[in-house]
Design a protein around this ligand. Sequence first.
Ligand code: 5GP
Length: 188
Amino acid sequence: MKKGLLIVYSGLSGVGKGTILKKLMPMEDLNLAYSVSMTTRKPREGEIDGVSYFYVSKKEFLEAVKEGKLLEHARFVDNDYGTPKDYVEKMRNEGKNVILEIEIRGAKQVMEKCPDALSIYIVPPSMEELERRIRARGTEDEETILKRMSKAREELKEVDSYKHVVCNDDLDKAVEEVRNIILEEMNK
Ligand code: 5GP
């Protein structure tokens, strides 16, 4: 069986990458498996342990790092995030295309370790629109919003590391574009 793709999927906080992904996941021909990350961040309302993230303590996170259980990990606005390695390998060996929704520093670690990874970065139509979307989500306090916006400006300077950059101006178009990128890679 052909080994599944490793897809690094990133975009600024609030850009709508989660919404795009929700539309892609049920598309059977894409054969996707979502890699659930480990994080020290507290769950937001509606998030489910083991589905959205594995919520762990700082101590548990550091143990996972020490034991080499993470494919990559990074700190993002006061919290740690990382990708459990075993699940990714297991799914790829079963022929699934595994999607890692991760931030840029972790993404770079993965690209270095696995140069054949497919990488996609979602950008907003503008920074003003991004801030509006983060505020509309209403899940972060003012200080966190400002930190996330400052992080966003920093991160945008580095999108060139990704093979594909997709603008989420129109949701359906962005979904179609990401879908086509994955299909093309699958057919190589
Ligand atoms: P949030 O707190 O909004 O869920 O996620 C914050 C950022 O962390 C997002 O850019 C998200 O893609 C990223 N992230 C989520 N899981 C991981 C992970 O396992 N590793 C890394 N490096 N970043 C992650």
